[in-house]
Design a protein around this ligand. Structure first.
Ligand code: PBG
Length: 341
């Protein structure tokens, strides 16, 4: 007889076999929850590896269509598009962003033509189009700033930016986007965009708002991919301070009042508490963005043989869902879906 102690409560009973573990698992991920972000570039037959994001590429439209087919095959049916704009097309008002024949618009249109049941999400922010590399209209102050933290005299004009964002969102809706996703963090942009879309008859185009987007160093590889890093200063006067939680709840209430259909928290991994808070406060579905720097960390650690790639990816994505995200934007979408299928 095995020697035992009297211990009526034994949590390990529920961990004994994989059948039992699966039976009681609280969080179940499905590829249908993933959104795959994709980088588009002009031209044909281009598939340029992104050095800071192993396994990710800047794709010309023909390759983007292949990627969409590949994603669909493994059950990933939503794509978020980010354009790489040539420097000559950038200016301080991001005018190219409203061009009906611009790269993002033509890509969205073609994707919806070829795959009508795909959910196409387009990013609304100036940075890929801005010669300043900011998400808003830059104005230079006459008098020197008192804020010794930011050495520059750079200011982002909130209300001038709204106009640019509105025109951009309209162009994207006209191109067939299912959702426009303002990622800029200007005040009032969700309501402003909603009103413009409705006035133009796009009542069915939804808004995924980057509700709580923090000023984060984890965006580095993304900015490298698009060449969209700020030329001067940082994004701390509009993106949120990572020391704060309450602001995320405040932004949640504002975005709901302004008509957002889905809220987003970004980044995801260092912000699981924020995802949980926003999810608790939100009457609409919450998404989280597993950003470029988080992707790169997993990829590089796996390439060094420090962690097992597939299980690390599933752990990361499950933790984001467990925190309360119903939707996960992730560059791992296809490989994760494959592992899950
Ligand atoms: C642009 C935007 C950024 C990301 C998504 N949209 C960069 C930024 O705000 O500087 C980052 C995504 C990622 O790192 O994967 N507004």
């Amino acid at each position: 007889m095995k020697k035992t102690v009297s211990l009526p409560i034994r949590p390990r009973r529920l961990r004994r076999t994989s059948a039992i573990r699966n039976l009681i698992a609280e969080t179940k991920l499905s590829p249908s929850q993933f959104v795959l972000p994709a980088f588009v570039t002009a031209g044909r037959d281009k598939k340029e590896p992104i050095g800071s994001m192993p396994g990710q590429f800047r794709l010309s439209l023909d390759h983007l269509l292949h990627l969409a087919a590949e994603a669909k095959e493994v059950g990933v049916k939503a794509l978020a598009l980010f354009p790489q704009i040539e420097d000559v097309k950038k200016d301080s008002f991001a005018k190219e962003s409203a061009n009906p024949d611009g790269l993002l618009q033509t890509s969205a249109k073609e994707l919806k033509n070829k795959f009508p049941d795909l959910c196409v999400i387009t990013d609304v922010a100036m940075d890929p189009y801005s010669s300043d590399g900011h998400d808003g209209v830059v104005v230079r102050r006459e008098r020197p700033t008192n804020d010794h933290d930011s050495a520059s005299s750079l200011e982002i004009d909130n209300d001038a930016t709204l106009e640019v964002l509105g025109a951009m969102a309209l162009a994207q809706a006209r191109a067939g986007a299912d959702f426009v996703a303002p990622s800029d963090m200007m005040d009032g942009r969700v309501g402003y965009i909603r009103q413009l879309l409705d006035a133009d008859g796009f009542t069915d185009v939804g808004i995924i708002s980057y509700t709580a987007k923090y000023a984060s160093s984890f965006y580095g590889p993304f900015r490298d991919a698009l060449g969209s890093a700020p030329k001067e200063g940082d994004k701390k006067t509009y993106q949120m301070d990572f020391r704060n939680q309450k602001e995320a709840v405040r932004e949640t209430h504002l975005d709901i009042a302004e008509g957002a259909d889905i809220l987003m928290v970004k980044p995801a991994l260092a912000y699981l508490d924020i995802i949980a808070k926003v999810a608790a406060a939100s009457p609409v579905p919450v998404a989280a963005y597993n950003v470029s720097g988080e992707y790169a960390m997993v990829k590089l650690a796996a390439a060094q043989g420090l962690i097992d790639e597939t299980s690390a990816i599933l752990e990361v994505l499950t933790s984001i869902a467990r925190a309360g995200a119903k939707i996960v934007f992730t560059y791992h979408a296809i490989e994760a879906a494959r592992a899950m299928n």
